[in-house]
Design a protein around this ligand. Structure first.
Ligand SMILES: CC(C)(COP(=O)(O)OP(=O)(O)OC[C@H]1O[C@@H](n2cnc3c(N)ncnc32)[C@H](O)[C@@H]1OP(=O)(O)O)[C@@H](O)C(=O)NCCC(=O)NCCS
Length: 454
């Protein structure tokens, strides 16, 4: 077998691609694509790749930004845009032009998806819908400035977007939102993209640019950063990204790569696991970034353990508030504040923006076995991977403590633990101390995960 040279690396690439395909299929990804990316010669190829992704089971939503195009349309009609900081002040008389410009850019995206990027071959096309998916409200008067018809995201209409995604279509969210009475507002596409990512539980957020991004040589970088060819930063933690922003403060606002990094950091802090900044001019950049280890752009990955930390005494009321309804339904075993306080060090919590939204515990019962217990996610944050990540961090903790096996006892949640790799096990395989403590009336089932096999 020829396992040298390019044939072999192609096979490796295909393997990697299959690996990532099965990992991300069915996941929601947000693409933030600003004018003038839509005018670049590489744009049809980008759209072709997005159509391919949508056609093969990825849930792709696109938020086109239209700032520069709106400015030039307004100018054509003799209106000079006025800004408060980075935010456009949209006078009522300007709104028809703003709508026209925003929908023009959205239509460019739609056209790209309809063509599948190729004039010769329509097989790559995908259905797309430009929609009124954003409920907005006015910014009002800010610091004495009337922001007129500039608005903010009130709510992302996730049900409507999900219906479109369920049909395999691509929702496109122009930078316009509507009040409940139908009044249109110009809303920042960055804010729409961030809100959509959070509301849809996106696992990926792509920022598509037309610049070379932050590279060694041009920007001051911390020492530990992993660099690829031409000084490209391959990946960053949110902390690295913050350090870079801090170190390059003097480059100031309006510096595009720094603005993009700032947006990426916000997306990461909003809970998106992986944020990617890619250059639209590089053919196949999205696919390479998605389906290969080294990617083609820069990835900001949220380190789970930055959000997961040990329980502090002052968190106890918060986790009891999360657990209380489940204890009342008998899904979780009843725990009093004193019980939790006594085993405080066993608990981990998932914190987002300073408040606790999920928790769990690892209790060591001897015989090298630990029990994962009290796994709870705030219902408002369900389905965003918090539960899975808490379990994963407790498994890592168990490994670090040298345990050979973790188990759970459950009455309702066996399917979920099976998804995480746990297998049903006999009660007599649990540590003796746990068997003595087993509540026979609850009749919980035991599931275990052998850590050696991980
Ligand atoms: C189980 C629980 C912790 C999951 O939390 P979460 O943060 O929403 O979990 P994740 O986001 O990691 O996973 C969500 C996925 O699991 C699925 N899921 C959630 N509960 C499930 C259950 N009881 N059985 C099977 N699947 C379940 C969701 O449908 C979702 O599927 P999807 O990704 O295909 O949409 C949460 O539902 C909960 O608090 N349940 C009540 C308490 C409990 O049962 N704890 C375990 C006893 S120790």
């Amino acid at each position: 077998m020829d396992n040298t040279g390019s044939a072999w690396s192609q096979v490796d690439l295909i393997r990697e691609a299959f690996h990532y395909q099965s990992r991300f299929e069915g996941s929601t990804m947000i693409f933030k694509i600003d004018y003038p990316v839509t005018e670049d010669p590489g744009f049809p190829y980008l759209m072709k790749d997005l159509a391919l992704l949508a056609g093969t089971g990825f849930r792709v939503a696109i938020v086109p930004g239209a700032k520069e195009w709106i400015d030039s349309v307004l100018l054509e009609y003799g209106i000079v845009s006025s800004y408060s900081g980075n935010t456009r002040i949209t006078a009522a008389a300007e709104i028809p032009f703003v709508e026209m410009a925003a929908f023009h850019v959205a239509t460019r995206v739609m056209t790209g998806l309809a063509a599948g990027g190729s004039a010769k071959n329509s097989a790559g096309r995908v259905d797309a819908v430009i929609g009124n998916f954003v409920r907005a409200r006015g910014l009002g008067v800010e610091g004495g400035i009337d922001m007129a018809q500039t608005g903010m995201v009130d709510r992302i209409l996730t049900d409507s977007i999900s219906r479109v995604l369920d049909l395999g279509m691509v929702p496109i969210l122009p930078c316009i939102g509507w009040s409940p009475t139908g009044k249109p507002y110009n809303v920042s596409s960055d804010e729409i993209a961030l809100a959509a990512a959070a509301a849809l539980g996106a696992i990926k957020f792509f920022i598509v640019t037309l610049d070379r991004g932050i590279r060694a040589g041009t920007y001051a970088l911390p020492e530990n950063i992993e660099l690829g060819e031409n000084g490209r930063i391959i990946q960053l933690t949110p902390q690295d990204a913050e350090n870079i922003l801090e170190m390059n403060l003097r480059s100031g606002a309006g510096n595009k790569p720094l603005d993009e990094l700032r947006l990426a950091l916000r997306a990461s802090k909003a809970g998106v696991e992986r944020v990617h900044i890619i250059d639209a001019r590089e053919e196949g950049a999205v696919l390479r970034e998605l389906f290969s280890n080294l990617g083609a752009g820069t990835m900001i990955y949220a380190d789970d353990y930055e959000s997961i930390r040990n329980l502090r005494t002052r968190d106890i009321p918060d986790i009891l508030r999360l657990m209380d309804p489940l204890m009342q339904q008998g899904i979780l075993v009843r725990r009093e504040p004193e019980d939790i306080q006594e085993k405080k060090d066993d608990y981990a919590v998932f914190e987002i923006d300073g408040s606790v939204h999920a928790c769990g515990a690892l209790h060591d019962w001897g015989e090298n076995q630990g029990e994962i217990a009290a796994i709870t996610t705030d219902p408002a944050y369900a389905g965003m991977g918090l539960g899975r990540r808490i379990v994963r961090s407790l498994i890592d903790r168990a490994k670090k403590q040298g345990l050979r096996r973790v188990f759970i006892l459950t009455t309702h949640t066996q399917d979920w633990f099976e998804l995480l790799g746990f297998k049903e096990c006999p009660l007599d395989s649990l540590p003796k101390r746990k068997q003595e403590n087993y509540d026979r009336e609850r009749k919980s089932k035991a599931y275990a995960l052998e850590l050696g096999a991980q």
